[in-house]
Design a protein around this ligand. Structure first.
Ligand code: G1P
Length: 287
């Protein structure tokens, strides 16, 4: 499940006509990285929770026979493969519209009809990118889910002054040997935060959570918060914290987006050396 209904105001005017999730990191839109990570973790059904003006996201995942024909007849096989790979075979994409921006918990609730109550499902917030040379962020969560049977949330240690921007967890090891979340609170000020363990936008959750989400009211920022729903639900059903391996980028911010673009480009063979040379000369000019 990909909640992508947000307005992306931090990137205006770039996001006036283009959804923030379609902004590129190197040569692929943000959302495509999240989808690829989900598919690599074993997901075969994608649900996009879009805002009313965000159909372009779906278009990105639809086949485009005209474009494919053009690339094929021009012999541009590599580009053709890249376009076809956007949605791998055997993976289906669905969408539901969140009419009003009532919060992340509400967005997740909008996709309820796609999740059988007795199954677990994953939520990925595409703004958060995690670059890792081993298993992707969601695959790391799935491994903990398979070992414990419980829900799992991706976490990282954050600067203690920034707790007001994150869900914050307190954890304790249980019999399973994994870190079970003992308390979870959305965006507490530093003086009220139980720790500096911040929620990264990756979740594996129990389908029964929807019943809880139906009942919780507005929380931090006047929104229906996913964090609040999980906090209530985990009293009876264990939810684990998984400190993510890899470097995380907040691509909801300009700085995070720039850092991601540089670091992901450094992973691309035919860009790496020229980009490093450019960065070196840019540094030299600043000195
Ligand atoms: C959301 C969640 C928050 C989490 C964050 C990670 O907040 O509500 O718990 O820490 O994503 O990116 P948002 O950034 O959408 O305000």
């Amino acid at each position: 499940m990909f909640p992508v209904a947000g307005l992306g105001t931090r990137f205006l005017p770039a996001t006036k006509a283009v959804p923030k999730e379609l902004l590129p990191v190197v040569d692929r839109p943000l959302i495509q990285y999240a989808v690829q990570e989900a598919v690599e973790a074993g997901v075969d059904t994608l649900v996009f929770v879009i805002g009313p003006e965000k159909r372009a996201i779906l278009k990105h995942f639809e086949r485009d026979p005209g474009l494919e024909e053009l690339l094929a007849s021009a012999g541009k096989d590599e580009l053709l493969a890249r376009v076809r790979d956007i949605l791998p075979d055997g993976v289906s994409a669905h969408a539901t519209v969140q009419e009003q921006a009532l919060g992340l918990g509400h967005a997740v609730l909008c996709a309820r009809e796609f999740v059988p109550a007795d199954e677990h499902f994953a939520v990925l917030l595409p703004d958060d990118m995690v670059l890792n040379h081993g298993p992707g962020a969601l695959a790391q969560l799935v491994a903990v889910h398979e070992a414990t049977g419980g829900g799992v949330i991706g976490m990282e240690r954050i600067d203690p002054s920034l707790t007001g921007s994150y869900g914050i967890a307190e954890v304790a090891e249980d019999d399973s040997g994994y870190s079970r979340i003992a308390s979870l609170v959305e965006k507490p000020p530093p003086e009220e935060a139980p720790s500096n363990l911040g929620v990264v936008g990756r979740y594996v959750l129990d389908g029964r959570l929807f019943d809880t989400l139906e009942t919780i009211g507005k929380g931090a920022g006047g929104e229906i918060q996913l964090t609040d729903g999980i906090a209530q639900f985990m009293g009876e059903h264990p939810v684990y914290a998984q400190a993510l391996e890899g470097k995380r980028y907040d691509c909801g911010s300009r700085m995070g987006m720039l850092q991601a673009n540089i670091d992901y480009a450094l992973e691309v063979d035919d860009l790496r050396d020229r980009l490093l040379a450019h960065l070196n000369s840019a540094l030299a000019r600043q000195r």
